[in-house]
Design a protein around this ligand. Structure first.
Ligand SMILES: [Fe+2]
Length: 340
């Protein structure tokens, strides 16, 4: 132990944590994900459709319940209602479930670090997700987490970024009206320094074949008037610089929008295009028709949906088959992603 302390003082970089919070020897071939589920609409959930796709993993991308406010008893009640749905219970039995929050389960609409109950709220999120007591994310501030699933076929690493706990405030044009529009916070931050450092280290893990980066709000789209990483241009630029250090292909997955779409962008110093798969909402679509996104590939989806990503490990670089499904497992969209 003495030797480790000595090395840590002399060479702190040597002991940087590149391993995931959780590393599991397990083949992951199909990942389902989604966001924005009104827990009160118990007869209107997609859990049986999600179970029918037999995923190896389900990822919550925020608004896992709608529970704004500072009443933690209510928060727990809302999570418990979500968790008590028989088809969700079946999912929990059959499938590993992980997740991150967005604003309405964090506790305040479009909120950030100013929310006073963020630690208490994190406890409720982790209780809902059954995050074990010895999980490293329990011992730090914020809800960010990472998971590596490795098998003979390849290793997929999932990094769930917390875009709420440390996020600087956001100002709005026409707040409280139907025309409200997020303003740019030029130098505002999203992740906070501790999470940035952790994130960069996580991306440097050796032996990863595919990184999946989860964040509630969208990363690539820049034109819509709602919350998005581009409301914080300095932080978004930093995000793109950090991901360009990844030595394997990566995709973002996101929620929040109450519509689903695929976005694609090329960035400097990174050999692959960057993709983002947005899936929202599980049961409360926006009905929004006008929504500009110059990075969109294919059509946007406006009905309740979830996403299912199949990873084909047969080639040198993994090939992804992304499908969006709606009620009765109706296929709503399909994309094949290759990393050349
Ligand atoms: Fe939502």
């Amino acid at each position: 132990m003495k030797k480790i302390i000595y090395l840590a003082i002399l060479f702190p970089f040597m002991l940087s944590a590149q391993q995931s919070d959780v590393t599991v020897s397990k083949a992951i071939n199909r990942i389902a994900f989604g966001s924005c589920s009104q827990q009160n609409l118990t007869g209107n959930q997609l859990w049986s459709e999600i179970n029918a796709t037999n995923p190896d993993l389900w990822i919550w991308l925020g608004d896992n319940v709608y529970s704004d406010g500072i009443d933690m008893k209510q928060r727990r009640k809302d999570y418990d209602l979500q968790k008590s749905h028989p088809d969700y219970k079946l999912l929990l039995k059959q499938t590993e479930v992980i997740g991150i929050w967005d604003d309405h389960d964090f506790g305040v609409n479009d909120g950030g670090k100013e929310y006073p109950m963020k630690d208490e709220s994190k406890e409720e999120l982790f209780r809902f997700l059954d995050v074990p007591d010895d999980h490293p994310a329990r011992a730090r501030k914020g809800a960010y987490q990472s998971y590596t699933y490795a098998s003979k076929q390849g290793a997929v690493k999932i990094i769930l970024l917390d875009a709420r706990y440390f996020r600087d405030s956001l100002k709005w044009n026409n707040p409280g009206t139907a025309e409200k529009e997020a303003l740019v916070n030029e130098n505002g931050d999203v992740l906070g320094e501790v999470q940035w450092k952790w994130f960069k280290e996580q991306l440097s893990e050796e032996g990863v074949d595919l990184f999946i980066l989860g964040t509630g709000i969208q990363v690539i789209p820049t034109q819509h008037r709602w919350e998005k990483w581009s409301n914080f241009p300095t932080a978004r630029k930093r995000l793109m610089e950090v991901i360009s250090s990844a030595n394997a292909p990566l995709v973002f997955i996101s929620g929040d929008r109450h519509l689903s779409e695929v976005s694609r962008v090329e960035i400097e110093d990174y050999p692959y295009p960057v993709w983002e798969f947005t899936s929202s909402s599980l049961n409360s679509p926006s009905g929004l028709k006008e929504d500009l996104n110059k990075y969109r590939v294919g059509d946007k989806i406006h009905v309740p949906n979830f996403a299912s990503m199949e990873i084909d490990w047969k080639t040198d670089k993994p090939v992804l088959q992304l499908r969006y499904y709606g009620r009765n497992n109706t296929e709503l969209g399909q994309h094949s992603i290759q990393f050349e």
